[in-house]
Design a protein around this ligand. Structure first.
Ligand SMILES: Cc1ncc(C[n+]2csc(CCOP(=O)(O)OP(=O)(O)O)c2C)c(N)n1
Ligand SMILES: [Mg+2]
Length: 575
């Protein structure tokens, strides 16, 4: 059997039915084997970056792992954005890159390259992968594939790169003679349940923070049950949205630099934060991280020990465990939960007065972008998926979308590459062909991923691409307004940034096209099939609230008047 055929049958056995890629000389054997396969289809995208991010989307959509293939040299450099994104986003993806023949490869020789399009892939991708290997012995193929899948999908998930020389992919092997991979047994989780119980029983104002580490393993459902039982209020991180059922009455909102005002205000007043699978990075805690939880302690649950050990917040009880294991132990333990009615009543007040809808009404001048998200709240249905890009469009969406049961919110918060929303939607669509996907992107990010449109049209994927078209790199204009006296170099038409004609583009890519402004939004409904929606926004746009540097998390801009802020604190003091 040829190695490339073996790889495809291995993937089929693991239940993978779609592989994304871009062909080139060094990967032709793999693509040929994929093409011949009846179980695994090969999707030839129009850019390796699309393939890489689509593979992430496939992993997210099917809860297994994604696979992307590319040729050597420029194929791999183009894939790098997706590899890095999968690393920072903890998404399990196997990347297979073609490499020059082993007899051309330079190995340790101090020359730049020997073969055409040769590049030392393993060393280049090492810092952005969980594991990377040059597979230069055909008889190692089973071992390395099994190892790759194990590493990608266990512990904190992430990407693996197998760099596969051309002559290895076409080599003949005898599958029954190949050695397999036996994973090493890792350190087991440590759950100090007595200390945890004591902290929870002593807390009057507990709060749960749901982070991206809560994805998968049915954690969302476990959490839903735990919440209903305990009535503990919940906030999410940007990456933790859409995991629990956010219609839970004590769901407060998203925290962070662009978090909902009510969520940031509430978390600052908690006396115990149970942080589940969340890095609590500066974007969440604010640079003044000591203000993040002034009087509280944190139960910090993470299965990445380094996140626990190298964190700058000190008031933490470290729990080295998966969220699933933690919840199992916590649910089985007999814990006397206090009655949180007063705490929840205060939060309800905060939610009522400082919800995102109130924020928009009170503080946002140019409301058009937010109105689009409010419209999506009206027309989207349970189970729909939102993918969002990077920039203001991402934050408007994260702040404003009220996720219904089963809805998912997919975005990139670690690498955050513009041009993420369309390719990730492609992968999700292949994993879940029946889902309706709303892909919200900025005009800048849309143009960066333009070739993804062709794949969407070609396969008639159920994706509605919505460009919030403010004719600007909006997120940066807000920065330039604050710190560069409104000098909009590179971000607006006057500064040299322009957009192509989206209507003509849609025609060229054979996509249905619709155009709306805030005045015609009520014509935008869920019935329209896949296509391109150009949502035109005039004037400068802002995200609100937004935490400015050196401000505590509960005092985002625009600032509340001092008397109002103090009044809220006093209200709580009576609890
Ligand atoms: C590949 C890449 N380049 C640059 C950036 C920096 N960046 C972050 S947001 C942003 C502006 C995005 O503009 P647009 O896509 O139009 O979205 P908007 O903010 O206007 O909603 C830029 C340039 C990035 N995140 N990714
Ligand atoms: Mg824009």
């Amino acid at each position: 059997m040829k190695v490339s055929d073996y790889i495809v049958s291995f993937l089929a056995e693991k239940g993978i039915d779609t592989v994304f890629g871009y062909i080139g000389g060094m990967i032709t054997h793999i693509v040929d084997s994929l093409g011949k396969s009846e179980q695994v289809k090969y999707i030839q995208t129009y850019h390796e970056q699309t393939a890489a991010i689509a593979a992430e989307g496939y992993a997210i959509g099917c809860d297994k792992f994604g696979v992307a293939v590319c040729t050597s040299g420029p194929g791999v450099t183009n894939m790098m954005t997706g590899i890095a994104d999968a690393y920072f986003g903890s998404i399990p993806v196997i990347f297979i890159s073609g490499q020059v023949n082993t007899y051309e490869y330079k190995y340790d020789k101090p020359v730049r390259q020997q073969g055409f399009q040769e590049m030392e892939v393993v060393n280049v991708v090492k810092p952005i992968t969980k594991y990377a290997v040059l597979l230069d012995k055909p008889e190692d193929i089973r071992y390395e594939l099994e190892k790759a899948v194990y590493i990608a999908t266990h512990g904190r998930k992430g990407p693996v790169v197998i760099d596969l020389p051309m002559n290895i992919s076409r080599a003949e092997i005898e599958p029954e003679k190949l050695r397999g991979y036996e994973p090493e047994v890792g350190a087991s989780s440590v759950i100090p349940i007595n200390e945890i119980r004591e902290l929870i029983e002593g807390a009057k104002r507990p709060m749960i923070l749901v982070g991206a580490g809560c994805y998968g393993e049915n954690v969302g459902r476990m959490l839903d049950q735990y919440l209903v039982k305990t009535n503990i209020p919940v906030v999410t991180s940007l990456m933790g949205r859409g995991i629990i059922d956010e219609t839970y009455p004590h769901y407060v909102g998203m925290i962070g630099s662009y978090g909902n005002r009510c969520a940031n205000m509430s978390v600052a007043k908690a006396d115990l934060l149970i942080a589940l699978g969340s890095r609590m990075d500066t974007r969440q805690t604010g640079a003044m991280y000591r203000e993040f939880l002034r009087e509280g302690k944190i139960i910090h649950v993470d299965l990445d020990k380094n996140e626990l050990d190298y964190h700058r917040l000190t008031n933490r009880l470290k729990v080295y465990a998966s969220v699933a294991d933690f919840l199992k132990v916590l649910t089985d333990a007999s814990v006397n939960y206090q009655d949180y009615t007063i705490w929840n009543t205060w939060i309800d007040k905060i939610k009522e007065n400082y919800s995102q809808d109130k924020e928009i009404e009170r503080f946002v001048e140019n409301r058009a972008p937010y109105q689009l998200l409010q419209r999506l709240n009206e027309i989207s249905k349970e189970g729909d998926v939102f993918t969002v890009d990077v920039g203001q469009n991402q934050m408007w969406s994260a702040q404003t979308l009220k996720l219904k049961k089963g809805q998912r919110f997919v975005n990139s918060g670690g690498l955050a590459p513009m041009g993420f929303a369309m390719p990730v939607a492609i992968g999700i669509a292949f994993a879940n062909p029946k889902k309706t996907i709303y892909c919200v992107t900025g005009d800048g990010g849309f143009h960066m991923a333009i070739q993804s449109m062709l794949t969407i049209a070609q396969y008639n994927l159920n994706i509605k691409v919505i460009v919030i078209n403010n004719a600007a790199l909006g997120m940066i204009t807000q920065f330039q307004h604050l710190y560069f006296d409104d000098r909009m170099y590179g971000t607006t038409k006057a500064g040299g940034f322009i957009n192509p004609d989206l209507k003509n583009l849609a025609k060229a890519y054979d996509m249905r096209y619709a155009e709306y402004t805030s005045d015609s939004l009520n014509e935008f409904d869920a019935e329209g099939g896949p296509g391109l929606v150009n949502y035109l926004v005039r004037g400068l746009t802002t995200v609100s609230p937004k935490l400015e540097y050196n401000k505590p998390i509960d005092r985002p801009s625009p600032q509340l008047p001092e008397t109002e802020y103090n009044c809220i604190a006093k209200l709580l003091a009576n609890i």
